[in-house]
Design a protein around this ligand. Sequence first.
Ligand code: HEC
Length: 108
Amino acid sequence: MRIFAISIAAALSALVSGPAWCDPAAAEALARKSGCLKCHGISKDKEGPSLQKTAAKYKGKADAIQKLTTHLTTSPKVKIEGKEEDHEQLKTKNPAEIRDVIDWILSQ
Ligand code: HEC
């Protein structure tokens, strides 16, 4: 458990301080592959808020990356059509790729 906690902490700090912005096309492809765009339009709300709405919500917030990293790596409960479900995670464990998708979302 302790080692688990330490490795999560290491992964999170790598995410927070990791390289910013690599490849928007790869980020979008990963989001597509992970099924994110089924519930989130770029500019259109679907089951979830549009990515532009999320970008606007977190604009200028110092904790944006940390909040979204938690959202996309810990399957928080969200209400989908009135039913509680685990939120989808990205289909990668690579912190750089996760960070890339978050940067891509925030740039919408
Ligand atoms: C089955 C539908 C569904 C899928 C698939 C899905 N989401 Fe969501 N997502 C939601 C809903 C619903 C919310 C709103 C949660 C809330 O407001 O409580 C949400 C919220 C979010 C938010 C906003 C978090 C915040 O703090 O404002 C982001 C960013 C997000 N999702 C990204 C993603 C990404 C990236 C993926 C792919 C890994 C994904 N979603 C897959 C339904 C989905």
